[in-house]
Design a protein around this ligand. Structure first.
Ligand SMILES: [Zn+2]
Length: 214
């Protein structure tokens, strides 16, 4: 896990947003390999082990016979995903959930932003990617992420709301077509499979500024 991410992390516990206190045991340059993260509000402790951040136990792979989201992303789909995420210039992190993590390596050729692979299975990933495992919400503060792609397995109301909260103003969220749009987001486009929406200022608690005509 990149050390830069520490500033963006918040306890996913059910209380007012809180920073996490980090105790780093092993780091290689800016890469945290082994660390403990503690919440000063609720006392919860989370681990970084072998560079992977665990806010929940690693998700198990789908049972054989379930084919939900099992299709790999083709080259065309990666190009499309990059366009939907709209982050070609961004240096802020992009979060890819579940099946979208399969686009990691190909996406890194097009987009420089650091990647957060959330509840992803095994597979080749970009060198700039950090794996993390989460429960029912993302452990990030407001205005920290450039874009988020949530797959069908993870597109619950609380998860999408936490993604909307973590996005920067104008940041984009890609989610399955049948998922509800979180409040404070404006839909930009949709097809039979996915919609893409943009954060408005209200989604993450910013007071909207009104410009007065001169
Ligand atoms: Zn907490």
């Amino acid at each position: 896990m990149q050390r830069d991410l520490l500033d963006a992390l918040r306890c996913p516990g059910d209380h007012d947003e809180s920073w996490l206190v980090a105790m780093v045991h092993v780091a290689v340059g800016s890469d945290l390999r082994d660390a403990e993260l503690a919440c000063p509000v609720c006392g919860a402790e989370y681990r970084v082990t072998e560079g992977v951040a665990y806010f929940a136990a690693a998700t198990v792979r789908p049972e054989p016979g379930t084919h939900v989201d099992a299709d790999p992303l083709t080259g065309d789909m990666v190009v499309r995903l990059a366009a939907l995420l709209g982050v070609s210039e961004s240096r802020h992190p992009v979060a890819l959930f579940g099946r979208y993590a399969a686009a990691s390596a190909a996406l890194a050729d097009m987009v420089e932003a650091p990647q957060l692979l959330v509840n992803a299975g095994p597979g080749p990933v970009a060198a700039i990617a950090t794996h993390l495992y989460v429960g029912d919400r993302l452990p990030f503060g407001a205005h920290t992420l450039a874009a988020v792609a949530v797959d069908a397995t993870h597109a619950t109301g609380p998860m999408l709301a936490s993604a909307a909260h973590a996005l920067r103003v104008g940041g984009r969220l890609v989610a399955p077509a049948d998922a509800s749009l979180p409040s404070g987001m404006r839909e930009l486009a949709r097809d039979a499979h996915e919609w893409v929406a943009e954060t408005t200022a209200r989604a993450n608690g910013l007071v909207e500024l009104r410009r007065h005509a001169p």
